[in-house]
Write a protein that binds this ligand. Sequence first.
Ligand SMILES: Nc1ncnc2c1ncn2[C@@H]1O[C@H](COP(=O)(O)OP(=O)(O)OP(=O)(O)O)[C@@H](O)[C@H]1O
Ligand SMILES: N[C@@H](CCO)C(=O)O
Length: 327
Amino acid sequence: MAVYTDVAADELADFLKQYDLGELLSYKGIAEGVENTNFLLHTSKGSFILTLYEKRVAKNDLPFFLALMTHLAEHGVSCPLPVKARDGEALRELSGRPAAIITFLEGMWPRKPNVAHCAGVGEGLARMHLAGANFAVRRANALSVAGWRPLFDAASGRADEVQPGLRAFLATELDYLSGGVWPTDLPEGVIHADLFNDNVFFLGDRLSGIIDFTFACNDMLAYDVAICLNAWCFEPDHSFNVTKARAFLNAYGRVRKLSEAEQAALPLLARGAAIRFLLTRLVDWLNVPPGALVKPKDPLEYFRKLRFHQSVTSARDYGLMPSGLVA
Ligand SMILES: Nc1ncnc2c1ncn2[C@@H]1O[C@H](COP(=O)(O)OP(=O)(O)OP(=O)(O)O)[C@@H](O)[C@H]1O
Ligand SMILES: N[C@@H](CCO)C(=O)O
């Protein structure tokens, strides 16, 4: 459970006086997520999510995230809307942390994603990419190639405690990916950058909402596709499910066609996406804050995914046909 920062009831009731959200009826820490502290609030005006932004989120970036959610919601993406306080500002401070309240979305994230969920997320991701096209604020991706080396440096000394040989494996892969192969000329835009199954809500098989924009940034759109291939198209035993990948990529391509260059870059982008999550998970695994109610995620899941992508020779291995995406 990710509650790094506790908030007392009277402190929260005081905080809510800045809003027009009625009386606080109840609140509780949310038993999911690893990055930030989240509370579910019930007030006399409805249900809301209160987020206290923690370690990996830079305060300067928060206006970007909040403005992006507002922009996307106004352009047809089902995502939370930041709630403004009476002074017109959504970004505030609580318990010494930057904090914001956002609207509550109905739905459940799929614990066992099926092919229909993968198609839903493909369509939803592409729609989000199109809706973000005219968003004017920019934020660089702090967790792209240049951001991986510091993570490696932070974790490498103890990487072999997690798995013998992991340090050397990561060093070799990092040298390869940062040695000039990483694409620089693919179409860019606003990407979610963390669209895992716990960040996509469904009602049945229908996508009902996308949450958690705290890694959103400007980067290659196809990199977001590669992140989703990693997050959605493997089975619990870590085997790649090409049926899910094909459903995901086809659904994406029906809304926004991937160019030939984007398709060709997918195996490399998928390797980059895999090492990014392997590294952040490794750092978190080795550094659980004392007393924090959080269950760190398994870094070795991404070691296995990375090994798979290293064996991929073309996007055909992801179920793509050379003639294009639309089946
Ligand atoms: N707008 C929302 N509507 C409904 N539930 C929400 C909303 N935002 C967050 N939640 C709930 O809170 C949980 C954690 O939220 P979130 O994924 O944003 O946490 P995080 O720690 O910031 O992220 P993560 O670890 O996924 O990067 C979600 O799984 C969901 O149950
Ligand atoms: N989605 C990330 C955690 C939040 O960044 C992971 O599964 O490693």
